[in-house]
Structure formats: structure tokens, C-alpha cells
Write a protein of this length. Structure first.
Ligand SMILES: C[S@@+](CC[C@H](N)C(=O)[O-])C[C@H]1O[C@@H](n2cnc3c(N)ncnc32)[C@H](O)[C@@H]1O
Length: 259
């Protein structure tokens, strides 16, 4: 598919309702139907496949077992990795929430991070991220664990950078594989994400979260604000039917200071 790509750095006080207006009406009947159609094919052809795929993605060679989010077919993974490549993470401590194959954790390690904690609710994903880190020469700095968000972590240490490319759509996941796509009704499975990330962020640190123009940005924006964070759109890639939008989140008080 030919891509119309653009990247932007737009300062906004919070994810505004106008961001939705700008991209059309993602929750109208036509969009809902189109999304259901795309999910039907994505689920049956990609998400619920039963074989292990070994693929090149973002300059890594990744093994992707059944139920693990495929970082090649779904464009968000390589877009986010490309953004991470531009960051200088030298000496930084990073957490990657919802790591899947580990692609973003590996990108963070390649960008210089000293240690990267890769977490996923799917045990197959945690195992695959660990194996992919070893296979790509980052086994010493990437640790992968199976966990629900940051629930099972001790309150310390804190992280300089927290990455998250969560499931982009509300709705009950059919199974483990579908947790890469659906986050439960009203984004139930992500409800605690932003507060937990805020609590574990070092002063001066940043959270980067990849969403979609088809996500319910109003609802997610409210969760972000409720967690005491403010969002700035730092990257956007469009491919006709959808845009992937990457936000940098920082504590509200900190955000008031000119960056
Ligand atoms: C959109 S995929 C992104 C995977 C990977 N970061 C990438 O970019 O290719 C979302 C991932 O979040 C995981 N996930 C969903 N809910 C989660 C939760 N509550 N805690 C941790 N991981 C979760 C899924 O299993 C899936 O691997």
C-alpha cells in the first residue's frame, strides 16, 4: 500500500477534541463498519495465525510466535521504532509497556538505553521479546517480564522514558492474541496505564504513547489528564484510512514550563 506520510511536532495543551475533528469522525457508523471489517481480516489472517514467523523489522530479525503482535503487518511498530531511533537514550532507563515481539524495547537499547524493561500481559510476548533481545545482541540490557501494565513492579526504581503502544481500540478482546488490538470496553485494560506510568517516571522524564486516529482520543485524553499528564503530538504517519499518532506525555506542572 502506497503511503502518504507526514511527521509533525505540534504543541497542544492536551489531546483536544479538535484533533478528532481534524481526522474526520472515527466513531461514525461508516468508520465503525470499516474498522470491524479490517479487524475481521487482521484477526483471522494475522493475529490468530498458528505458526512462528521470523521477519526483518526496523533493522532487527524478529521471531514472532502465535498470539504475539506482528510488527511488520501492523505499521505502528516500525513507525514507533523509527521515532525511537531519533532519540538519544544514552544512559537512560526505559520501560516498554505492551512490548509484543520486543521491537520497541530493542529500538530503545539500540538508541543507547542502559537498561530496558519490556512488559506484556501475554506470556508468549514476554518470552519472544526475551529471545529476540538475545538474538539481536541486546540480551544484556533488555529484561522481559509478563505483567499487567506496571502492576507487579516495585515502586522504585523509576524510569527516564516509558514507551507504550497499547491496543488502539475499545471492545472486548476475543482471546490473548486479540489483546494486541482490543483494550476492553471503554479501554478498561488501559485504565491504570497513565497513572502508573506517571508514578514511575523520573523528574524530567517522558512517556511516549502511540495511538491511532481511530482510537477514542477523547476518552484516552481524559484518562491522560486525570493522571496529571499533558500530551504533545510529536509524530504522525498517515496511510489513507488511518493515522498513527504519537504523543509525548509529561507531568502537567512540568509541561507548564517552556520546553
Ligand atoms: C499494539 S500491540 C504493540 C506491540 C509492540 N509494542 C509493537 O509495537 O509491535 C499491544 C501489546 O500490548 C499488550 N497488552 C495489552 N494489554 C496489556 C496490559 N494490560 N498489560 C501489558 N500488556 C498489554 C498486548 O499483548 C500487545 O502485545
Amino acid at each position: 500500500m502506497k503511503e502518504a506520510s507526514r511527521s509533525k511536532a505540534i504543541e497542544v495543551a492536551a489531546i483536544p477534541a479538535s484533533a478528532l475533528d481534524r481526522r474526520g469522525k472515527p466513531h461514525g457508523p461508516f468508520r465503525r463498519l470499516l474498522r470491524a471489517f479490517i479487524h475481521f481480516f487482521s484477526y483471522h489472517v494475522i493475529l490468530s495465525r498458528r505458526n512462528v514467523r521470523t521477519i526483518p523489522a526496523a533493522g532487527f530479525r524478529l521471531s514472532v510466535p502465535p498470539t504475539v503482535f506482528h510488527p511488520r503487518f501492523f505499521l505502528s511498530s516500525e513507525y514507533f521504532a523509527e521515532f525511537i531511533d531519533r532519540l538519544d537514550l544514552s544512559g537512560k532507563s526505559v520501560a516498554d509497556i505492551g512490548t509484543g515481539s520486543g521491537i520497541l524495547a530493542l529500538a530503545a537499547a539500540r538508541a543507547g538505553a542502559t537498561n530496558v524493561l519490556a512488559l506484556d500481559i501475554n506470556p508468549n510476548a514476554a518470552r519472544s521479546a526475551r529471545q529476540n533481545a538475545q538474538a539481536n545482541g541486546f540480551g544484556n540490557c533488555v529484561t522481559a517480564v509478563c505483567a499487567n501494565l506496571l502492576d507487579s513492579l516495585a515502586p522504585r526504581p523509576l524510569f527516564d522514558v516509558i514507551l507504550a503502544s497499547p491496543p488502539k481500540h475499545a471492545g472486548e478482546p476475543r482471546d490473548l492474541a486479540d489483546r494486541g488490538w482490543h483494550a476492553g470496553p471503554q479501554y478498561r485494560d488501559l485504565a491504570a496505564l497513565f497513572e502508573q506510568a506517571h508514578e514511575r517516571l523520573k523528574p524530567g522524564g517522558s512517556i511516549y504513547v502511540m495511538l491511532s486516529s481511530d482510537s477514542d482520543l477523547d476518552l484516552l485524553g481524559r484518562l491522560i489528564n486525570k493522571a496529571g499528564l499533558r500530551a504533545r503530538l510529536v509524530y504522525e504517519r498517515s496511510f489513507y484510512i488511518e493515522s498513527m499518532v504519537l504523543y509525548e506525555l509529561r507531568p502537567a506542572a512540568q509541561h507548564a514550563v517552556p520546553l
